[in-house]
Design a protein around this ligand. Sequence first.
Ligand SMILES: Nc1ncnc2c1ncn2[C@@H]1O[C@H](COP(=O)(O)OP(=O)(O)OP(=O)(O)O)[C@@H](O)[C@H]1O
Length: 282
Amino acid sequence: MHPSDSDRPSPNGRATPDDDDVIIRATGVTVSFGEKTILDNLDLDVRRGEILGFVGPSGAGKSVLLRTILGLNPKQAGTIEILGTDYERANDAERLAVERRWGVLFQHGALFSSLTVLENIQVPMREYLDLSPGLMEELARLKIDLVGLAPDAADKFPSELSGGMIKRAALARALALDPDIVFLDEPTSGLDPIGAADFDQLIMTLRDTLGLTVYMVTHDLDSLFQACDRIAVLGERKVLVEGPLSMMLEFDHPWVHSYFRGKRARTIVQPTQTANAPVGAA
Ligand SMILES: Nc1ncnc2c1ncn2[C@@H]1O[C@H](COP(=O)(O)OP(=O)(O)OP(=O)(O)O)[C@@H](O)[C@H]1O
């Protein structure tokens, strides 16, 4: 899904999508470690079929929020609904059903070094599905093809792969269960610009062909400008603004301004990507 006229800023800068479109809804989320509050009454909507870029200063809490959405980190207040399920309150069967519908590519997340690419992709299949070895192998090879790896990557170990190939293999593993949503934590970090652009293109193709929803934590301005349908900015322990690039360019906040209108951004943003052009529309 692409940004549309329905991107309406609310008084706090939050867009107001139709409920049917929302695949993840975080409401009033508060997370603290001891005395230190990292997220305070945070709201965020992720819409079905979009690539949402999640950005914010280092240490702002992007990873904490991701881990909280995935149920890996306790929260002190608020609710998070994924695919209509409040994961925290769900019973075991409901949790399993949700877990089968998401895939995760952690930043350092790495493949199991003692397993081949094929075996790595089969890990979630073994955990969640009851399939014959032959069928698992066939499905894993399909995923390898889907992410643009050569067939012979299947039998390689992670140490034999380049950085870009490792990201693709990890993405193949995240796609192992045909998820509705993939969470990507800094997917292009460590890649050269061409490798990063290729990875962004792959993500866009998967969104278009599979209808995937993509939640991407990133510092990569190119990804934000080229691949993301909408962007959410974390700052001051909450989502400061959420919407298309045009909203980021107009938003009156020092960090948002310097990030999206700073020197580095100006070398990327196209002259046509001005106030009324959504991300990726130039
Ligand atoms: N388990 C934990 N216990 C205590 N503090 C934590 C824990 N996890 C994260 N924090 C703190 O929460 C804050 C936010 O960390 P987080 O890793 O989410 O930032 P980030 O926005 O992802 O940063 P970066 O862009 O550098 O990856 C940091 O101050 C970090 O030290």
